[in-house]
Design a protein around this ligand. Structure first.
Ligand code: TUI
Length: 307
């Protein structure tokens, strides 16, 4: 199962962890990397110094490489962009925007840059600007999403660029990995299944909400103002969608979601908080260690792909 991605990143398995806000902290990143994948620390909306601390704590837990996801809508993105260079991070993924203005500084530091894209246009642009690979993320993903599905986006991005493509969105087992490889991917990014990992620090209520989720429990809020977010249906999404239908402005809706992801992740408020998760939540039934998750998925994929 060696691919251009495993070779480039120096990892055993072609699996990278999603850079999930509030979830992708040092325990999870170190556990995924120690199990042979690429763990990621999610910069999310955190200040640079908080991300620096997370990086240092992850380094204490593992000698294996791990990366940082820079969330480009963050007011601290410039600071986090500098911190990854100063801390000698070798792999950066980006989300929710176009990372062009950071590319030169990252490439000069020898960082492998892997933008997450939701369109062919941005994938091509990223290749031109020197990206080492792209994550093609379909709208089955949790959190901030684009329009295209994984099934349609991955082969179109694959045909449009020469750099390796990593598939994301709706992948949670070996079948999803095998299907992604059939579409031309050379690795996958997995989020939701790692949220319920034993090493994941999210509140038990959050894990149980994912474990109990059914196929149709997913909802997308924020479509009307151009920032669609996928999560699991609850009191908050019902209220939000009702107000959205009534035509409320972005400002009026924003108060509903302020701090709502943190409330769900840390305090376990899964009714009024935001439970970001992908559509694959309905297929995730138990908590396992990162090592168990990765080895189980790889065994399934290997059998299907005759690796
Ligand atoms: O970034 C994500 N997923 C995220 S970020 C996040 S934190 C957040 N919280 C509240 C509001 C907004 C964000 C939660 N989940 N995935 C990667 C991703 N990037 N999906 C879609 C995109 C994307 C969309 C449009 C990337 C670029 C883009 O356009 C850029 C351009 O300028 O063309």
């Amino acid at each position: 199962m060696e691919t251009r991605v495993t070779k480039m990143l120096g990892i055993q398995y072609p699996i990278i962890q999603g850079g999930m806000a509030w979830v992708a902290e040092h325990h999870l990143a170190a556990a995924v990397s120690a199990a042979g994948g690429l763990g990621l620390i999610g910069g999310a909306n955190a200040p640079g110094e908080v991300v620096r601390e997370e990086i240092r704590k992850a380094k204490e837990l593992t000698d294996k490489p791990f990366g940082v996801n820079v969330m480009l809508m963050s007011p601290y993105a410039d600071d986090v962009a500098k911190v990854v260079v100063e801390e000698g991070i070798q792999v950066v993924t980006t989300g929710a925007g176009n990372p062009e203005k950071y590319m030169d500084q990252w490439k000069a530091a020898g960082i492998k840059v892997i933008p997450v894209v939701a369109s062919v246009a941005l994938a091509k642009r990223m290749e031109k600007y020197g990206a080492d690979a792209v994550v093609a993320e379909g709208c089955e993903s949790g959190g901030h999403i684009g329009e295209a599905t994984t099934m349609t986006l991955v082969p179109q991005v694959k045909d449009a660029v020469s750099i390796p493509v990593i598939a994301a969105g709706g992948i949670g087992d070996g079948r999803g990995i095998a299907a992604s490889f059939m579409l031309g991917a050379e690795a996958v990014q997995i989020g939701t299944r790692f949220v319920v990992a034993e090493e994941s620090i999210v509140h038990e209520n959050y894990k149980q909400r994912i474990i109990k989720a059914k196929d149709i429990d997913s909802a997308v809020t924020g479509r009307s103002h151009g920032h669609p977010i996928r999560g699991l249906r609850n009191k908050m999404t019902r209220e939000y969608l009702k107000l959205e239908q009534e035509g409320k402005s972005f400002e009026e809706l924003e108060y509903l979601t302020l701090g709502s992801l943190r409330r769900a992740v840390q305090e376990g408020d899964v009714q009024e908080g935001t439970v970001m998760a992908g559509q694959i939540a309905g297929m995730i039934h138990k908590e396992q260690t990162c090592k168990e998750i990765i080895e189980e998925m790889i065994a399934e994929a290997s059998a299907l792909l005759k690796w």
